[in-house]
Design a protein around this ligand. Structure first.
Ligand code: IPM
Ligand code: MG
Length: 405
């Protein structure tokens, strides 16, 4: 049967529009924005967004700990909290917007935000097919670096993933096209500028933290244009970092490497395109103890947003278990936020408290069900631990025992 030229033309037009938009984006990427210097910002405004499902509960627990740690900074006017309502699936669906305009305006009045998970509609779940709020926020605020650490001290695991956060299948993920009933096409976009900034961030982080290796993860043997570009850019940037070695891995073998206990210690800093990063960081989080333990920083030049790496846990909500959700993921994100806005000592304390409470002493154990503690009880535990004078020695004891075993 002959191909209907009208169908082909419709698809071409659609593709043409995407290409135009993306070329315009490249031009915007070429205009660099200056990085915000938090030592000069006062007050630093921290937005708090509860989100959907278990989000409001785990975020409130974290906000409590954060407000406690920052109480002096709030008193002296250096920090201000601002609660942002309206980034709920009900409001987003009613307004048919990934982020309603007034909510976005409020977010932009904050320097950084702590965000609970937000529901991402998918075909057939009853919600209108609006874009993911996460993805929209990353794009709107140009949060190009998704930094996701995985730490298991006793196993020598200390990875930091630099997941590119604005491109790849996510750039045009909601602009795919059903050409006919039988043919669906999505688009994948990778730019030189987008690759440069994430790879540069990974190398700079490695240098700053005394790491010696950066691994670049693609599937450049198959996805030749886009992944090929990412890999080529990496080779170019690596030349500016003579003290750091780099290697390239394919995503499939890398998923195997992460569970290869003999080899995985070799990896330190990893930079990778968006979707591979999405998948690999869930695997890494599971190795660390579950997605409920993993936080994430979404960083741009001007704004930054900190969140859990997991979703809204609709199953827990449906089964009436939301109050047993673990706030550790958002708390981890908050610790990263403290570091980002210039309170490295407070960030360190919170990281240590989460390690001690969640992995070592475990006086309050969360199971996600009613045979374990609630998120609020865990929040109390963190509150008691985070400024306790014995925290550092307890944490050292943990790392020491773990290393011996
Ligand atoms: C993440 C999440 C999001 C993503 C979803 C909720 C849109 O899985 O932050 O990893 O795919 O990026
Ligand atoms: Mg994910």
């Amino acid at each position: 049967m002959a191909v209907d030229p009208r169908v082909v033309n419709r698809a071409k037009e659609h593709f043409g529009k995407i290409v135009e938009e993306q070329l315009e984006r490249v031009e915007r990427l070429k205009q660099s924005t200056e990085k915000l210097d938090f030592s000069k910002v006062s007050p630093i405004v921290i937005g708090v967004i509860g989100g959907d499902g278990i989000g409001p509960l785990i975020t409130a627990e974290t906000q409590r700990v954060l407000e406690y740690l920052l109480r002096d900074e709030v008193k002296r006017g250096k920090v201000r909290f601002r609660v942002i309502e309206g980034l709920t699936i009900e409001n987003r669906a009613a307004r048919l917007k990934a982020i309603p305009d007034d909510v976005l305006a409020e977010i932009k009045q904050c320097h950084v935000t702590l965000k609970g998970p937000t529901h991402t509609p998918e075909k057939g779940d009853g919600w209108p097919n609006i874009e993911s709020a996460n993805v929209a926020m990353r794009k709107e605020l140009d949060l190009f670096a998704n930094v996701r650490p995985t730490r298991i001290p006793d196993q020598g695991v200390d990875w930091t993933f630099f997941r590119e956060n604005t491109e790849d299948l996510y750039a045009v993920g909601s602009q795919g096209v059903n050409v006919t009933d039988d043919l669906a096409v999505d688009f994948r976009v990778i730019t030189t500028q987008g690759s440069e900034r994430i790879i540069e961030a990974a190398f700079a982080h490695a240098k700053r933290t005394g790491k010696t290796k950066v691994s670049i993860i693609t599937k450049a043997n198959i996805v030749k244009a886009t992944d090929g570009k990412f890999l080529e850019v990496a080779g170019r940037i690596a030349k500016n970092y003579p003290g750091i070695t780099w290697d390239g891995w394919y995503i499939d073998i890398m998923t195997a490497m992460l569970i290869n206990t003999a080899r995985r210690k070799e990896f330190q800093v990893m930079a990778l395109p968006n979707l591979y990063g999405d998948i690999l960081t869930d695997e890494a989080a599971q190795i660390q103890g579950g997605v409920g333990t993993a936080g994430s920083a979404n960083i741009g030049q001007r704004y930054a947003m900190f969140e859990a790496i997991h979703g809204t846990a609709p199953r827990m909500v449906k089964e009436g278990r939301a109050q047993y959700a673990d706030p550790s993921s958002v708390a981890r994100a908050a610790a990263m936020m403290l570091e980002h806005i210039g309170f490295a000592d407070l960030g360190k304390k919170l990281h240590m408290a989460i390690d001690v409470c969640g992995q070592y002493e475990r006086k309050v154990v969360m199971t996600g069900r009613n045979n374990g503690a609630t998120g609020h009880q865990f929040g109390d535990y963190l509150m008691h631990t985070v400024e306790d004078p014995t925290l550092e020695s307890r944490w050292n004891a943990y790392v020491f025992t773990q290393k011996k075993s």
